[in-house]
Design a protein. Structure first.
Length: 233
């Protein structure tokens, strides 16, 4: 089982988009997948409610809620016995205690970041907190960055790339800025489940991300990255 937590204290950077798209991608490959929602905005939980029953199922846990009356927290948090992926969506503004709990549970923390100065600064603060907690717990949870809403070669993207280079944390996916993510979100789908041809090319992004999660958690070399793109294309 692989437990992946999508975290960044900065709001609106794409945590829910990544959690839901990764969950639907894993499920569509036939893997038993669970999606935990720790955000009381309940965006992932709502997405799951909108998900058509004809689509590969995902086991949802509204972890932000207290256990239903007469049940225990353990009962609420149970997952199917053959679960392969546990994906966790987390709220904006999470504090050190939340970070500590999620880090303790996860094998990998995916950190979405947008190409904007405000997001870069907030993400730097968040990563500092993450490393503090990580050190305190001596827990070797893997950290990985996912850049979101990137448009090729804008000044903001260049600034983001410079920031990431200094961090020494691998970038494991680059998510395109497209309205298909917005429409998929409204239908309980992942972008790869959309019928538009233009949306289908984004399947590669999720295939690459899952490949990295499974095979190469130390990060890709440039050569591996290019080769992988050739293989998946
Ligand atoms: N790559 C993208 N292209 C276009 N729109 C996107 C993309 N990623 C996210 N969005 C849109 O941006 C908004 C914020 O994204 P999302 O809800 O995933 O962020 P979040 O980090 O979960 O936010 P919050 O901190 O409020 O939980 C949503 O409307 C989403 O559909
Ligand atoms: Mg969210």
């Amino acid at each position: 089982m692989l437990k992946i937590s999508v975290m960044n204290a900065k709001g609106g950077c794409g945590k829910t988009t990544i959690a839901t798209n990764l969950a639907s991608y894993c499920a569509s490959l036939g893997y038993t997948t669970a999606l935990f929602d720790y955000d009381k905005q309940a965006s992932s939980t709502r997405w799951l409610k909108d998900r058509p029953s004809s689509r590969p199922p995902i086991h949802g846990v509204a972890a932000f809620e207290p256990p239903p009356a007469g049940t225990t927290r353990a009962w609420q948090m149970r997952i199917p016995h053959n679960t392969r992926y546990v994906i966790t969506d987390t709220p904006a503004g999470c504090g050190l205690v939340d970070i500590e709990d999620r880090v303790a549970e996860a094998d990998i923390i995916l950190i979405p970041v947008l190409p904007s100065s405000i997001d870069i600064h907030s993400t730097a603060d968040f990563i500092r907190d993450l490393l503090l907690v990580g050190k305190a717990r001596a827990h070797n949870t893997g950290l990985a960055i996912v850049t979101n809403r990137t448009r090729i070669r804008t000044k903001a993207v260049e600034k983001l790339e410079r920031f990431i280079k200094k961090l020494d944390i691998p970038v494991v996916a680059r998510i395109r800025d497209t309205q298909h993510y917005v429409s998929a979100a409204g239908q309980g789908l992942g972008i790869h489940e959309m019928i538009e041809r233009d949306a289908q090319r984004d399947r590669v992004t999720w295939a690459e991300l899952l490949y990295w999660l499974e095979n190469n958690r130390d990060g890709f070399t440039d050569f591996e990255y290019t080769r992988l793109q050739e293989l998946i294309a």
